[in-house]
Write a protein that binds this ligand. Sequence first.
Ligand SMILES: Nc1ncnc2c1ncn2[C@@H]1O[C@H](COP(=O)(O)OP(=O)(O)OP(=O)(O)O)[C@@H](O)[C@H]1O
Length: 584
Amino acid sequence: MFFDPFDRGVQGRDDTKASPWITSFLGLSSVFAAVGLLSQAHLGSSIKLLILGSIIETGRRLFQWLIVRFRFQYSMTAQFDEGDPAYEWIVLFLPKEGVWRRSREFVVTATNSRRKSSVRTWFDPTVKGNAEYVPTYQRPQLFRWRGHWLEIKRSKEAGAAEFTPMGTLRPTTSIYLTIYTLDMNLLSELVEEARGRYIELNRPNVIIHLADSPHYGPGMIWTNTKHKVRRPLSSVILPEGVVDALVHDAQEFLTTENWYVEAGIPHRRGYLLYGPPGTGKTSTIHALAGALNLENFSLSLASSFVDDSFLQRAASSIPKHALFLIEDIDCAFVSRDDEDDLDPRGFSFSGGGRANFPAGRGFVKGNMSRGNGEPVRSLVTLSGLLNVIDGVGSEEGKLFFATVNHLFLTFTDDALIQFLQTNYIDRLDAALLRPGRIDRKVQYELSTVQQARALFIRFFPETRFPEFASSLPLGSQNDQPSTKAEMTVEPKPACEKNKTILVLADAFAEAIPQGEFSTAELQGYLQSHKTTPAEAAAGAGAWVEEIRAERHASEEREEARRRKARARREGIETKDAEPTGTGL
Ligand SMILES: Nc1ncnc2c1ncn2[C@@H]1O[C@H](COP(=O)(O)OP(=O)(O)OP(=O)(O)O)[C@@H](O)[C@H]1O
């Protein structure tokens, strides 16, 4: 609105027109009053206007001062930084309070499993809703909660920034929540309610926070949150009793907090899961987190941006009663001094992102390579890692898990065992396995015959393949049921024996040599036959031979590469290094 009192009072005088840049009423009053003084005819009214303008300006300043005093004394403001779990709670809380209804700005993304803080902005039932609408709360918004006025505002910090997965910089985001009250409890009650709702809404899921990008802002550690459907513990196929023992141990830990307090022992528990890749270490931890209703915070020491300081901040920003998983801790055990030792007699680490160690029975894979022959060395130092593990003890109620891929493999090559023993296992044993750091170790192995059989049965449940339903009385020597569901299957006439899933599972397991393939590899094979169990069983033997041939070829290529490298080092020209017929 623009108000010019002199248009009527001083007709015909252009010099009395207000300058266009004067936009506030109060400023105009003063200027017009000053101009009015020049005119004798209007001196009286100009003085009145001047006084009026001054009174209004003083009133305005007084009002502002009172507002600031009031806000300071009768309100509190909380800041929630993106990357901190509490940010997720509050972002999810706001739509449920209907705050977004006054929003006019949204971030729109294709529907994904990442965040559940989107709102439904349409009422037309024919709209499918393939996109997520997340209010930005860029402008301050007022809403009422439990009879109190609250104000919410989201802002982007220009100073602090983080790298997106695409490598570009983006400013970090914070939410500011102001509550107008004298009751200091209200803020924590609101945060608790927000957290409760978050957990309730995610009950069917397991929440996994990942630290998967570098950051430069406050709180910006857990930049990626995933909501995965809970994985039943029974879906992780391990030798009998392993999962049960782990669940029992963790449950007991969580329910005996008082005992720890009384005994003066830090309430924390550390587990080390070790063994070849693809044998179910991570799956076990995710299933366990789901079963125990724990949020999972996971990072890998192999990540190029994780250093001592990052790790320290990550560990200290995890809330209590959570599961903290550090993957690939072995990377912190490869020091710069080891660089020369890594290829003592050809045990190099190269190819496809994972190193192939020649093992007695085929290949065993480790994860020490970035794919260019360079071993993965973490920026985290051994002492940095140990500090964090020890520090986890000072936090309440945390389950700490560490995974190791390439150690403790069942090598039959004496020289390699000696090499690993000297360089890693002794060091790991000495540092990590001290009581109070790791309380329990669980070894994972390449698939046993029983695991292969159980995997087959899980893959082809009789409920989905009724034509292969069990026909034999269960409990016979070959058909030991491994799940409750199997035990309840009604026996059928023995004439259908050859078609049953259980019989096919036996055939499959017989074709898979013990301890040569990871469960993930077997799963990959079965996936390629997911609708044809009979073919999966019949083709298993051929698949085993095919993989062996591939590994053999890969071993030869690796051997040739090592010969070349050695020759280069020794300055010897070799012409016969390239193997023939390796399918390069
Ligand atoms: N024992 C198992 N039971 C059921 N599924 C398994 C098992 N082992 C591996 N898998 C399947 O293989 C895939 C990889 O498993 P997972 O990531 O748990 O292995 P890992 O040992 O943690 O490997 P890495 O060390 O490389 O992370 C998953 O899809 C998982 O379902």
